[in-house]
Design a protein around this ligand. Structure first.
Ligand code: ACO
Length: 284
């Protein structure tokens, strides 16, 4: 199993015209970033690895996640996202709410002083850490135990599939803290549970347990915590049993289906199938 060291220079500093650094996102060492990345054949595993802080996430975490996405080895077909310890993730590092912030990454107060464009760009950089998990070439699976709060819930939602332990506690806490969920979580949540249920869930910031998560489609399956790793491994193996190119093409079709008419989707199916059958049976 090859382990890629995350870290080195994760700095995403931008400069203003006068050369001053206005929005340093991260220059963290790997241990401080709190991530592990391992590749075993066609399966990559991203582990949030700050269990003593319940895998709280920082801008450095999101920069590192984005970099994993940008440099994902081509052979990888399944990406597992998991958390070390009792919680998948307790969300954003609460030091962001304090004036001193997270060392090297600022605070919400320092971010508030940025101009609109800079500020939104900074959020866009963070969102990159989540968006790559939807690429058609891979299937991403969140293995979720314990708390998945705020950014933790959104990271689970950024994955295609969720396998949960029966102690899971999903909570979109942002509105209770005066924020909105902005790490790409609102769309998958609304798509999966519907707008009314998403409004109820987010605006009460209540906790959703395993049985409800399965019932609402937020989780594919719930298993005892001791069986979580095996359940994820079994799902990954099943996903790898289908043809690689056909899987990517089918995921592309399914992802686009909700935004298309039946006729548009039928046309997209034709185009993908022509490419498939030519690849399989066409003369070279
Ligand atoms: N940021 C930074 N540190 C955290 C966070 C966090 N989000 N969550 C937990 N920790 C730290 C605690 O401060 C504590 O550190 P310490 O041992 O140095 O005192 C350690 O992790 C363990 O936390 P406990 O609260 O003791 O663990 P417990 O298992 O009892 O509770 C729980 C876990 C429920 C997740 C609790 O820690 C909690 O409520 N955390 C905050 C959740 C939150 O509000 N997140 C922000 C959501 S909004 C967003 O993500 C944008």
């Amino acid at each position: 199993m090859a382990e890629a060291a995350m870290g080195g220079n994760l700095e995403h500093a931008r400069e203003t015209g006068d050369g001053s650094d206005v929005s340093t996102i991260s220059a963290a060492a790997p241990a401080e970033v709190g991530l592990r990345f391992e590749v075993d054949g066609e399966i990559a595993t991203v582990t949030l690895d700050r269990p003593d802080k319940r895998n709280a996430q920082t801008f450095a975490t999101w920069s590192a996640l984005a970099r994993i996405g940008e440099t994902l080895p081509e052979q990888v077909r399944v990406v597992v996202v998991k958390g070390e310890g009792p919680s998948f993730s307790a969300g954003i590092d609460l030091r962001m709410f304090r004036p001193e912030g997270v060392p090297g990454q600022g605070s919400f107060a320092s971010a508030a002083a940025l101009g609109d464009t800079e500020f939104e760009q900074r959020i866009a950089e963070a969102q990159k850490g989540f968006l790559w998990l939807r690429k058609p070439e891979i299937v991403s699976i969140a293995a979720v135990q314990g708390h998945a709060i705020g950014a933790g819930f959104q990271l689970a939602l950024a994955c295609d599939l969720r396998v949960v332990a029966d102690d899971v506690k999903f909570c979109m806490k942002e509105p209770a803290l005066g924020l909105v969920p902005d790490l790409t979580g609102t769309k998958p949540l609304a798509d999966i549970v519907g707008v009314p249920r998403a409004i109820e869930m987010c605006l009460t910031a209540r906790t959703v347990g395993a049985a409800e998560a399965v019932r609402l489609g937020l989780a594919e399956i719930a298993v005892p915590a001791s069986e979580l790793a095996q359940a994820v491994q079994d799902l990954a193996a099943a996903l790898l049993s289908t043809d690689r190119a056909a899987a990517a093409a089918t995921k592309r079709l399914l992802q686009a289906a909700p935004g298309r008419t039946l006729e548009e989707q039928a046309a997209a199916e034709r185009a993908e199938q022509v490419a498939r059958i030519r690849a399989l049976f066409g003369a070279n």
